[in-house]
Design a protein around this ligand. Sequence first.
Ligand code: COA
Length: 665
Amino acid sequence: MGDVTAAGIGVPSPTVHVHVSGAVAVIGVDNPPVNALSHSVRAGLLRAIHSLSVAPTISSIVILGQRSTFPAGADIREFGQPIAEPTINDVNQAIESCPKPVVAAMHGTALGGGLEVAMACHYRIAAASARLGLPEVRLGVIPGAGGTQRLPRLIGSTRALSAIARSELIDAGEACELGLVDEIADGALEDCAVARAQQLVNERRSLRLARHRHEKLEQLESRTIAELRASLSPQQQRSLAVSKATECVQNAAVLSFDEALRRERECVEQCKASPQAAALQHLFFAERAAARWDGEGARGSPSAPTAIGLVGTGPLRLDLAAMIIGAGTPVVVLEPDPALLASVTAEVRTRMERKRSPGARAAIRSHCAIEEGLRGATLEEMHDLPVVIEVEPDLPGRKVAAVVTLRRHLAADAIIVTTTALGSVSQVAAASERPSNVIGMHFFVPACVMRLVEVVRGDCSSAEATSLAIHLARRLGKVPVVVRDGDGFVGDRTLRAYLRAAFALAREGVAVAVIDAAMREFGMTKGPFEVCRLVGSDLAEAILVGQRTPAHPDAATYAAILRQILESPSMPACDPVSPELARTIVHRCLRAASDEGRRALEEGIVARPGDIDVVWVHGLGFPPDHGGPMFWSQRQEDGSRAHTSLAPGNHPGNRSDTATRGRDV
Ligand code: COA
């Protein structure tokens, strides 16, 4: 590593470092955890580019991210505040004006503002495992540093719009085929980037900046845009950010680069001020806060178990086996009979083939991977497993009986996960005689689709068991929310209040089809009565009536309405619902859910309002662009004030908000 001072460069900023390799200067962004382009990074990059542009011993420059990733975006924590200069656009302008070639060397996730910086560089090289994308619309905004202008120039307007609208993450290989990346590193990324930067100078290669390329720009026809919109999810179709991104990508072909960039800035500001952006950014922080449990003894990243046992014959068994093998952890099922094991293996394979996760794809590429990943065993042979999940049907007594058997066969320190949705985790734990080693994981149906997992702490669940369950959920690609044991935990408890409000409306004479239509129109993936049909009469009745609380006075009536609905052959369609009635329906159902959520918070069943929002969005089909029932309800109460006060830093799910900071559950 060369002497930076000799090259005439000071330390650009605490988060940006420069070292020199021959005549190539390497600028490293070091801003953990994801090298986000916070003010200090932008200022450091600008300073470094300016000094290196005129440093006599430097002929070319490489920009890379230290540790695990190239910058993964603008710093979301700065959203909602006036942007302090320099902006990412200022950095991009400095790169484009630099008389020396600037090479972006990408690994990890080069996202948002990070990719926008890379697209302003003269040359892009990526590690084979890198993923690239402009996922800003997921946060209710659009790429705001030239992304809507440079991406169409590099990969074509139609492809660029599709990638932005879907927040697509593009693998390095595909990015190279598309022209977004010039080269995949054939060896250590930094070495390859430095060698290429030197070679570009030696060969005096003329390099065209993205802003000067026009050959891939297309004037998007309205039919192309209509087709793209039709292929998007309902939420993406409602998204202001998607509309504004479309406008900007269209501008790329008809306006000058600088004028289109100016319009892009205006669109960014409009999106930033939108309620959708506030809701989506709230959820971004809420999801991460919910997965963070910092109770006494919490362990950051427990190592993955060497294998996981599955005991029981409930409906979760096959889905869980497929998910765990797909995540790269071997599964041992309680199934000593080779013939029965073969049929379990076949069914797991079918599920994995349906699933599209990279882990699952890798596993199904070789038949061997599943055979090796799934083993049958007797209880005795399961003795040394560090973690066993019981997947018995959720019927009274079955879960308790399972752990009573397990306690006789497992090692004393094995963790037992119970998947009960209806019973008490503490009761199941007590039956194990080692209650601290028992933790609940409540998967929402269908388990292979819904991302939510409630990690349910019984009265005695240890920190180790809790940390392990959180980590396992994340490995399975799920969103964990830590809750305390209690009837219905948080999801089913608040769902019950919501369903009861819907049933009360039906009893007052509002047609069930009208109630379903109003909630779908609001954005719920299914109306309340469609949910009952989906989960079936037993589960719907269990949720509606409650398992562990004294019978609700209207329970019998609700059960009767439920039977009536489920027995009718199909839901009748309904005429358009009047806006006033729709508002009343939405208001009553969601208020019931959020009021119940508040009670659960008061009782310490859940730590933060944002946790309940995450439960609803990832487990119960709530539209993310409304932020969750707690966020929605707060916004109703506060009116327009809620929108501004929920700017980042004040999000209910944000750990920096002391007023809503979670307590341990
Ligand atoms: N700005 C500020 N902080 C960010 C961030 C960003 N753009 N992206 C991620 N983080 C933080 C998270 O809040 C989290 O912080 P915490 O540990 O204090 O909770 C941490 O980085 C790790 O993020 P996490 O999502 O838990 O890690 P991951 O490895 O699962 O995923 C990413 C990493 C980058 C793929 C994911 O965080 C992501 O998609 N970020 C948003 C990227 C984006 O939309 N960029 C465009 C916006 S301009």
